[in-house]
Design a protein around this ligand. Structure first.
Ligand code: NAI
Length: 248
């Protein structure tokens, strides 16, 4: 394989799909993983661009086999995009507040959104280190950078945790040519955001200086930028993509 290989989690739709398309446009070969089926042709992708797997990313036995298979069949994964994430909502579209939150929800969200990011990074880092090049981009959130309008405590904690984990990887792995960065999207019009309902999203958009929600393509473009060979001096950074709703 003469293209650099990227692995994108949560790639069936939304930000993960847009990121996969942006990476393909940038000349990468993308291994896409999602618990939902992925239709390459529907995403205007071919077998020359990407390979799709249906799996739960918390299944580390599967992810370990996948890492071995990719290495054997295609080569070393140079780019890892930790995008898969969940934000559970109650039937009324709201998140659990701190007094309603159960340990079950807390553990599930922390496991998918944070522990798995650590484990999958551990899985792919040794080969990146051996080859002296790697790019890891993890999808945090405005909810991890500041307060959140719609997300609950488990989501906020998991997304804040990604920022700390990224800084740790960025400090330790940069001497080996590996950078680790985050994007922190604000309200992006994907299925996850639609769960909150149109009225909530409309009210949200009115408070954003650019007066609209973001698109998955806008986030995918920033992730692809951080994955570029020429982005090697950006390390441990977080790009806020929120239309100016939160400025730091
Ligand atoms: P989405 O719900 O449209 O897509 C998420 C994808 O991840 C889905 O295809 C889903 O099947 C997959 N996924 C979830 N858990 C998985 C698991 N355990 N194993 C395999 N696949 C799994 O959501 P969206 O909006 O594209 O979100 C992507 C990332 O962006 C998430 O980490 C989310 O927290 C983050 N984000 C989204 C924002 C938004 O407003 N949409 C704002 C800030 C962050």
């Amino acid at each position: 394989m003469n293209k650099k290989i990227a692995l994108v989690t949560g790639a069936a739709k939304g930000i993960g799909l847009a990121t996969s398309q942006a990476l393909v446009a940038a000349g990468r070969f993308v291994v896409m993983v999602d618990r939902l089926p992925i239709d390459l042709s529907e995403a205007s992708l071919t077998d020359d661009d990407a390979l799709a797997f249906q799996a739960d990313v918390t299944d580390m036995a599967f992810m370990t086999r996948l890492q071995e298979q990719i290495k054997e069949r295609l080569g070393v994964v140079s780019i890892l995009v930790n995008n898969a994430g969940i934000s559970p909502k109650r039937p009324d579209g709201r998140s659990s507040g701190i007094l309603e939150l159960t340990v079950e929800e807390w553990s599930r969200v922390l496991n998918v959104n944070l522990t798995t990011v650590m484990q999958i990074s551990q899985l792919f880092l040794p080969d990146m280190k051996a080859q002296g090049f790697g790019r890891i981009v993890s999808v945090s959130s405005l909810a991890g950078r500041s307060k959140s309008v719609v997300a609950g405590p488990s989501y906020m904690a998991s997304k804040a945790g990604i920022l700390g984990l990224t800084r740790a990887i960025a400090s330790e792995m940069a001497p080996f040519g590996i950078t680790a960065n985050c994007v922190a999207p604000g309200r992006i019009l994907t299925e996850m955001a639609m769960q909150a309902g149109e009225a909530v999203n409309q009210r949200y958009a009115e408070q954003i200086p650019v007066k609209r929600l973001g698109t998955a393509d806008e986030v995918g473009a920033s992730i692809a930028f951080l994955c570029a060979d020429s982005s090697g001096f950006i390390n441990g950074a977080t790009i806020d993509i929120n239309g100016g709703f939160f400025m730091s």
